[in-house]
Write a protein that binds this ligand. Structure first.
Ligand code: ARG
Ligand code: ZN
Ligand code: CA
Length: 260
């Protein structure tokens, strides 16, 4: 059983109107993360019985930073007002949002904080991750989330309104791949996790269990309710123990300095 750890988070609100994302909205996102990463989400009960034994608990909790890198008191939120209508691309992991020189907000020390940038992302993308140890400049490490898919209140809308975009992106941050292996529908590439069923392609919407596909064509089928698929927020409910092992490996070996 892994040790219970807490990770300090800094949330960068990078918008033309920073009041669009309130403190309550930010806290609603932290609450979702703390439930989802501890298998304490109420909808974990909706995981099909056959997979209940696979439900993983990372024992990671997320807290808004209480001290800045310069050791001043903080609420863990940085607000940067952009030009009217300013959007940021997901190109290069969303790099432009991460530097004040390009209109964004500079990271806090990647070795001590999980940086979350919340902004208006162009092209209706929900989010993007720049995971540690994968070739990004260290000051770009973190996740970027569309402001309409962040938290559960305020500026959220549509079917990505339960905070699962951040759950998913932070899964990438801790080394998880998409559950279908990003191989465009084939069964050749898996996610590298042994307890997730092989899956052809991504799943949108909210399917009825069981759902079979070209890679897993016998019951119980594919695990479309996994956080690393593309289903609606209301229809994703678990990380597996295999995924948790991967995330803990990354945390303890690549991002160990984040643990407090
Ligand atoms: N498309 C995004 C990505 O690949 C995030 C998908 C999140 N899905 C959700 N239901 N919130 O990283
Ligand atoms: Zn993803
Ligand atoms: Ca596949």
């Amino acid at each position: 059983t892994p040790q219970t750890v807490s990770i300090p988070v800094v949330v960068h609100i990078v918008l033309d109107d920073t009041s669009l994302v309130t403190a309550a909205q930010i806290l609603s996102q932290l609450d979702v993360l703390n439930r989802d990463y501890n298998a304490a989400n109420p909808d974990v009960s909706q995981v099909p019985a056959v997979w209940q034994p696979l439900i993983g608990n990372t024992r990671i909790s997320f807290c808004l930073a209480q001290r800045t890198p310069d050791d001043e008191p903080t609420d863990g939120v940085v607000k940067v007002k952009t030009a009217p209508g300013q959007t940021f691309s997901i190109a290069n992991g969303g790099a432009d949002a991460k530097y004040s020189s390009t209109g964004g907000s500079d990271a806090w020390d990647h070795s001590r904080y999980l940086n979350i940038w919340v902004t208006r992302i162009s092209g209706n993308y929900l989010g993007v991750a720049a995971p540690p140890g994968t070739g990004y400049p260290v000051e770009q490490e973190g996740v970027m989330i569309q402001y309409t898919a962040f938290g559960t209140t305020g500026s959220v809308s549509g079917v990505y309104n339960l905070g699962r975009t951040a759950t998913h992106e932070i899964g990438h941050y801790f080394g998880l791949k998409h559950i279908w292996g990003d191989d465009n529908g084939s069964c050749s590439i898996d996610d590298g996790i042994t307890d997730t069923p092989l899956q052809g392609d991504n799943t949108y919407g909210c399917p009825t269990f069981p759902k079979l596909d070209n890679c897993t064509n016998t019951a119980p089928g594919i695990m479309f309710m996994n956080y690393m698929d593309y289903t609606d927020d209301a229809c994703m409910h678990l990380f597996t123990t295999g995924q948790v092992d991967r995330m803990r490996y990354v945390l303890e070996n690549i991002a160990a300095s984040l643990m407090t």
